[in-house]
Design a protein around this ligand. Structure first.
Ligand code: ATP
Length: 346
């Protein structure tokens, strides 16, 4: 396993005064993978990225890139491309000069620079925009220039810090698929920081979840979503309801006391009293307290046994109204012993 990793962090720690920003960080990343570092604000994502880039020094542990311990290698010699959240383009330089900048610094020949910049504007879909200045571009276009500039010197590793955070929702969505496609095409090992679960699930090959400076779980998006290993990941990846009295629900009587249970909206079935339910023998009765329209779905808040459950139904099949009595069935619960850090899927 270890020798296949292109990037590896081993027991990395970092403190800012008394604050433990990175707490025994361990992970390995295969070559060519696109990794999402996902966690709430302040959980230590950017600190990890900055240590990889060489902008921050680890207090202890090893940072290994391509088999070499780089802790003491300066940022400029790590062969890393960086894309920041706020574009960080040079305002008084054209698109061409922004992309060419790093190559000029490295004293590439003019003809080689021209060839490389031409290739990159083509790659990022900005042919014809070479003479524009950053303020003549949209946010999405600026971020593509930033991407081209980071790729220009052929780095071995690309780090992206919340690359779409400053961009509005629709363009952001387009840029996500664009980034995925670009990175697959270029084949460069990449790590991006995000606090957006959907973004990580959609874009990353693997997700690393950070919380209070440590790693909670690492795995593919499907593993992280469907087999969360800690209460934190379970709640962070869903939008679940906590249930303290799960044993009062049909199908969960046997679970025993002292369990902490959470249930996700997609695991709750809500049907009208007049509808045939697949679970007729074991449904609970609930009362709908709120119906919220969310585009093609409605979100229902249903009270059952003193618990306010959240469920989703397709708009066209739900003529459920507030105050209505409904049948409720929970098909899946994530449960873990209260106070412990593991979950079991029940
Ligand atoms: P965000 O999503 O808000 O950017 P993050 O997960 O990237 O958060 P970091 O930027 O890594 O988190 O910060 C982790 C913690 O370390 C935060 O509580 C932050 O205040 C603290 N921190 C970061 N840089 C410094 C610094 N230079 N000096 C002191 N504390 C710092």
């Amino acid at each position: 396993m270890a020798e296949q990793n292109y990037v590896e962090l081993r027991h990395v720690n970092k403190k800012y005064k008394d604050f433990q920003a990175s707490d025994d960080i361990n992970f390995g990343i295969g070559k060519g993978k696109l990794i999402g570092l996902l966690g709430p604000s302040g959980s230590g994502k950017t600190t990890i990225l900055r240590m990889l880039a060489g902008l921050e020094h680890a207090d202890s542990g090893e940072i290994i890139i391509d088999g070499r311990v780089v802790n003491d290698v300066p940022a400029s010699e790590r062969g890393i491309g960086f894309v920041f959240q706020n574009y960080a383009l040079f305002r008084y330089m054209t698109v061409y000069d922004n992309i060419a900048f790093g190559l000029d610094v490295k004293k590439w020949k003019k003809a080689d620079i021209r060839r490389r910049v031409d290739e990159l504007v083509e790659l990022v879909g900005l042919k014809g925009f070479e003479k524009r200045y950053p303020n003549q571009l949209s946010g999405g276009q600026r971020q593509r220039v930033a991407f081209a500039r980071a790729l220009a010197p052929n780095p071995e590793l690309l780090l992206l810090d919340e690359p779409f955070a400053a961009i509005d929702a629709k363009v952001r969505q387009e840029l996500r698929s664009w980034l995925r496609e670009m990175i697959t095409r270029v084949g460069i090992t990449s790590i991006f920081v995000t606090h957006d679960q959907d973004e990580a699930i959609e874009v990353a090959d693997e997700i690393i979840i950070t919380n209070h400076g440590h790693i909670e779980q690492a795995g593919t998006p499907i593993e992280i979503y469907s087999q969360p290993k800690t209460p934190f990941v379970t709640e962070f990846m869903g939008s679940p309801t906590r249930i303290s009295n799960i044993t009062s629900f049909h199908g969960y009587e046997e679970l025993g006391e002292g369990l902490h249970a959470v249930v996700r909206p997609e695991h709750v079935s809500v049907t009208k009293k007049t509808e045939q339910s697949r679970f007729s023998s074991s449904v609970e009765e609930g009362v709908v307290e709120r119906v919220m329209f969310r585009g093609r779905e409605v979100e229902l808040h249903v009270r059952v046994h003193d618990v306010l459950l959240v469920a989703n139904r397709r708009l066209e099949e739900a003529s459920i109204t507030e105050g209505e009595r409904v049948n409720v069935f929970i098909y899946q619960v994530f449960a873990f012993p209260a106070g412990e850090n593991g979950t079991q899927n029940v």
